[in-house]
Design a protein around this ligand. Structure first.
Ligand code: SAH
Length: 230
């Protein structure tokens, strides 16, 4: 049994499929850490022309995703198993942060709805959606990239998803700080030397150096983060 099952609903599933077969997400799926299914909204259209969108009531530009296919798809999934989260990706949602990714990574089954065009019928949001998530204060043309951004942030936290299980916990934001600088061989490149402390093999000195670097960098680039640490 995987730790988490994610069902993504999209009008353009072709955008999602290549991303989930590669890299960490692809590996996590093949290791059985996560199951991800992509559903094509057009398969749930109520009419034979497979319409999933229509013009907005009250006029205006852009098309709106209709209620019928979204209700049909989500209700079918919910009749098959229980979902802990039904998330709509939306620029007006709650901001995706490391803390939110941590929280969602502990949910069981998740449905993610990617919008398209001008957005989705409000009744879908009122009835079916229990959480709305934004990946930033800018507008993209579809919810596919935002869904993938959120899924990547969640999946890499699942135990077994990345080789060195320590590593995800040491990333930026996990302790409220930005990450410290990293170096690899050679010890000197074009006259630029790796800091001595990293070459010395003194683990506690390395730990203190990294911690200090992380604090200094956070102070310099994101002082707002320091205010949030106890
Ligand atoms: N009219 C809407 C934007 C629609 S953009 C508005 O102004 O709020 C089309 C779709 O792209 C949305 O339905 C949503 O699923 C997705 N999307 C665009 N920008 C996003 C963002 N910053 N975060 C999450 N989803 C986003």
């Amino acid at each position: 049994m995987s730790l988490i099952r994610i069902d993504i609903i999209s009008a353009v599933p072709q955008l999602i499929e290549p991303m989930i077969t590669q890299s960490i997400i692809g590996r996590a799926i093949s290791k059985g850490v996560v199951e991800i299914y992509v559903h094509n909204l057009h398969d749930f259209a109520a009419d034979k022309f497979r319409h999933i969108d229509d013009a907005p009531y009250g006029g205006g530009a852009g098309m709106i995703i209709k209620c019928e296919p979204v209700f049909a798809c989500i209700e079918k999934l919910q009749s098959e198993r229980t979902y802990n989260e039904v998330i709509y990706m939306s620029p007006d949602g709650e901001m995706l942060t490391q803390e939110l990714a941590n929280q969602i990574s502990l949910s069981g089954n998740i449905i993610i709805l990617a919008g398209h065009y001008k957005g989705i019928d409000q009744r879908i949001r009122d009835i079916l959606i229990n959480r709305e998530v934004s990946i930033g204060d800018y507008v993209l043309s579809g919810g596919e990239l935002p869904s993938l951004v959120m899924i990547d942030a969640i999946v890499r936290l699942l135990p077994g998803a990345i080789g060195d299980s320590e590593s995800a916990l040491e990333d930026a934001f996990q302790n409220g700080l930005l990450d410290s600088p990293h170096y690899t061989r050679p010890a000197e490149f074009r006259g630029m030397k790796v800091p001595d402390v990293l070459l010395g093999g003194n683990h506690s000195a390395v730990r203190s150096w990294r911690q200090q670097q992380a604090i200094d960098k956070t102070q310099r680039l994101r002082p707002d983060l320091l205010d949030k640490i106890d």
